[in-house]
Design a protein around this ligand. Structure first.
Ligand SMILES: [Zn+2]
Ligand SMILES: [Zn+2]
Length: 323
C-alpha cells in the first residue's frame, strides 16, 4: 500500500515560505493498492492529485473512490478543483460515512452554488451520486474499511484501511476524549478512549490530528482537535508501528512543527515506533511481512454498479514517486 500526503494542514490553507517544508494544503491523502485508488478527504490537496492523475492516465479512464470524513471546509473545499471529476469517461465515487450521504451531497452542491463558485456541481460529469457506507465495515475495491466516530464538533469519521496485508488508520479531526490533566476523565469518556485505542490497535501507520501543543490546548478545549501528548499516548497505547502527526495548525510554521515532532519523539521514548510529521507530497510505502491478504470480494459499499476493469499502473509511475 502506498500512501501519499497531498494535504496535511488543518482548518485553512496556509501557503508561504514559512510553511513550505510541511506544506500548506488541507486534508487529502492518496492511497494506492495495486491499481486501485482510494482518496481520503477532498481538501485543497486534492487539486494536485487530480492534475497528476490526468497526466498519468492520459485518455484512459480514471476510477477512484473518495472517502470523506466530514463536511468541514478543509475536507471538501478542493473537490471543485479535482479535474478528473469533470470528465465523463472517469468514474469518481464519493462515499460518506453512515447516514451522512444527504448531508455530504448538500454540502458539495452548496459550495458550488453561484454565490461561492462559478461552476455548478452538475458540470462534474465524472462524479457519481454520493454513496454511503451502510455499516461500520465495508469493502471498497481492494480496501477493507472500518469506521469509527471521533470527538469533533459536528462529527467526524475515523477510518481504518486495510489492503495487501497492511493497515493504516486515519483520524483527521479528533480531540482527545479525556485529555490528561485538562479534561476530567468520566467513565463514558474513558470508555470511548479505550474503544478508539482498540480501533487503531497495531496499525502499520496511524495518521492523526496533532494540531495543538500541550501549552496551546487548554485554551482550545472543545475546538475538536488534537493535543500532542495525547496523540502520542494513543499511538503508544495502541502499539502502532508508525505515527504521522497530521492536521497541522495553520498558525504553526515549519520550525514549530519540527519542535512538535521532537517533542513527540521524546514523549514516545522508549517506545520504538517511528514518528514523523506528515509532509505534503511525501510517500509512505507499507509492505506486509505476512503472506498477502486480499480483501477483494464481490460486494462494494451498497451500490450494485459494476466496476470497470481497473487499468494497471505503469511501473514507472510508481518509481517516479518521491518519498
Ligand atoms: Zn479539519
Ligand atoms: Zn473538522
Amino acid at each position: 500500500m502506498k500512501i501519499r500526503f497531498r494535504g496535511v494542514r488543518g482548518s485553512i490553507p496556509s501557503p508561504g515560505s514559512t510553511t513550505a517544508r510541511y506544506g500548506g494544503n488541507t486534508s487529502c491523502i492518496e492511497v494506492r493498492a495495486g491499481s486501485e485508488i482510494l482518496i481520503l478527504d477532498a481538501g485543497t490537496g486534492i487539486r494536485s492529485l487530480g492534475a497528476d492523475l490526468m497526466k498519468e492516465f492520459g485518455s484512459r479512464p480514471i476510477d477512484a473512490s473518495i472517502l470523506i470524513s466530514h463536511t468541514h471546509w478543509d475536507h471538501i473545499q478542493g473537490l471543485p478543483f479535482f479535474a478528473p471529476a469533470f470528465a465523463a469517461n472517469n468514474r469518481i465515487r464519493v462515499i460518506a460515512p453512515g447516514n451522512q450521504a444527504a448531508t455530504l451531497k448538500r454540502a458539495l452542491a452548496n459550495q458550488m452554488e453561484p454565490i461561492h463558485f462559478p461552476v455548478g456541481v452538475e458540470h462534474m460529469a465524472g462524479l457519481g451520486e454520493v454513496e454511503e457506507l451502510v455499516s461500520n465495515t465495508a469493502i471498497i475495491g481492494a480496501f477493507k474499511i472500518s469506521v469509527t466516530e471521533l470527538n469533533h464538533p459536528g462529527g467526524c469519521a475515523g477510518f481504518r484501511v486495510e489492503a495487501n496485508g497492511v493497515s493504516l488508520a486515519y483520524l483527521p479531526d479528533h480531540e482527545p476524549f479525556c485529555a490528561r490533566g485538562v479534561v476530567p476523565k468520566t467513565a463514558a469518556a474513558q470508555s470511548r478512549a479505550e474503544a478508539l485505542t482498540e480501533f487503531v490497535q497495531g496499525v502499520d501507520l496511524l495518521i492523526v490530528d496533532a494540531q495543538y501543543t500541550a501549552a496551546e490546548y487548554p485554551q482550545r478545549v472543545g475546538w475538536g482537535h488534537g493535543c500532542l501528548p495525547n496523540t502520542v499516548a494513543l499511538a503508544a497505547d495502541a502499539g502502532v508501528k508508525q505515527l504521522a502527526l497530521f492536521h497541522h495548525d495553520p498558525a504553526h510554521d515549519d520550525h514549530e512543527i519540527e519542535a512538535m515532532l521532537e517533542s513527540a519523539r521524546e514523549l514516545a521514548l522508549p517506545n520504538n515506533m517511528f514518528i514523523s510529521a506528515a509532509t505534503e507530497n511525501e510517500t509512505i510505502t507499507l509492505v506486509s511481512a505476512a503472506p498477502k491478504t486480499s480483501y477483494r470480494v464481490s460486494g462494494v459499499v451498497h451500490d450494485s454498479a459494476k466496476r470497470s476493469a481497473p487499468e494497471l499502473l505503469q511501473p514507472d509511475c510508481l518509481k517516479s514517486r518521491s518519498s
